[in-house]
Design a protein around this ligand. Structure first.
Ligand code: TXA
Ligand code: MG
Length: 319
């Protein structure tokens, strides 16, 4: 991890306090942050990303105590937060009636997404600014998520007031989003924390959201749109061969032969290594002037579930 001097954090905190936009690293992907309680600042996030206002944002907070000033935590939500925060988990819980975060941040929904990130720079920024920071992934709406500061500079550079460079994100894949209603757990987005880990630790089943894949469900949010996380060129899944003009996104020790260029998500078939490499390799293959990215099959368990979720949306027909 890159060491950043404290004066940069102080500067970034001031930018946020004045209603500006700061891109910052989390352990999952880079976020595009603004003061969650400042409607105008939050509006700038939507503008910079070209994001529909119907898509709610995640609010990043220092700790569970701060989260509880905004959301209602059932005993189960509290237990999950204590176990997995800080970390790659977002909890969607009911808003408190006295919640200071404007409704527009959660796109008018009565539920609010809250997350305590583990990345040192994110934590220092939260502490220094003393704010809740609303932050989607720092990419133009619908495009690949950024896992390096350079990805942010390339895609949004002129729209951000300050970018904190913390090197490459260790997970490289967004947080898992879990809705907790009483003792009912619903997976809204697979991500860096696996369902298997949650179920093993909590001893309750995680239900798959009935809305997954339905673009018109009222509580739908961007990461669940059928086409999302997409590179500019076409993505072809479950490839067992590759054409001369295609790029190959391989997985495992036996990549298929051919293609213009190959990146292997993990030679040893390790799913966390593959998750870490996913967006970064898609960024690289997206720039090589090829006709399509052919992707070899990835096992659909553990982190493979989140990887396949992103790949399916990247491959989906664009609207
Ligand atoms: O890892 C991450 O989660 C990153 C880092 C920066 O924290 N953030 C991120 O934000 O991926 P974004 O905006 O790209 O994706 C946010 C997702 C949406 O797709 C949506 O599913 C969910 O958060 N979401 C936010 N608020 C919600 C709400 N009130 N109800 C349901 N889903 C919500
Ligand atoms: Mg995103």
């Amino acid at each position: 991890m890159t060491e950043l001097p404290n004066n940069l954090i102080v500067q970034a905190a001031i930018v946020l306090q004045k209603g500006g936009l700061v891109a910052f690293p989390t352990e999952t992907v880079y976020g595009l942050g603004a003061d969650a309680c400042n409607e105008q600042a939050v509006a700038r996030i939507y503008q910079a990303k070209g994001r529909p206002s119907t898509n709610p944002l995640i609010c990043h907070v220092r700790d569970l105590a701060q989260a509880k000033t905004f959301g209602v935590f059932s005993p189960l939500a509290q237990k999950i937060a204590e176990k997995f925060w800080p970390g790659p988990l977002t909890l969607v819980v009911p808003r408190r009636s006295d919640c200071r975060i404007p409704l527009m941040v959660s796109a008018g929904l009565e539920f609010l997404a809250l997350r305590v990130p583990a990345h040192d720079l994110a934590r220092r920024l939260l502490a220094q600014s003393n704010l809740a920071i609303a932050a989607p992934s720092a990419n133009p709406s619908g495009y690949l998520s950024p896992t390096t500061a350079q990805h942010v500079r390339d895609a949004l550079g002129d729209k951000v007031d300050l970018i904190l460079d913390g090197g490459e994100c260790v997970y490289g894949l967004e947080s898992t989003i879990l809705k907790v209603e009483g003792d009912w757990l619903e997976l809204l987005r697979p991500g860096g924390l696996t369902v298997e880990e949650i179920e093993a630790e909590i001893g309750l089943p995680v239900h798959l959201s009935p809305n997954v894949g339905n673009d018109h469900a009222p509580q739908l949010a961007p990461g669940r749109l059928t086409s999302h996380y997409a590179p500019n060129i076409r993505v072809r899944l479950n490839a067992t061969n590759v054409d001369d003009n295609e790029a190959l996104l391989a997985f495992g020790p036996h990549p298929v032969r051919g293609g213009k260029v190959t990146k292997n998500l993990s030679l040893t078939g390790d799913l966390s290594e593959a998750a870490f490499n996913l967006f970064s390799f898609l960024h690289q293959l997206d720039q090589d002037g090829v006709t399509a990215i052919a992707v070899m099959p990835i096992p659909d368990h553990g982190l493979g579930r989140a990887i396949n979720d992103r790949l399916q949306r990247a491959a989906a027909a664009r609207s």
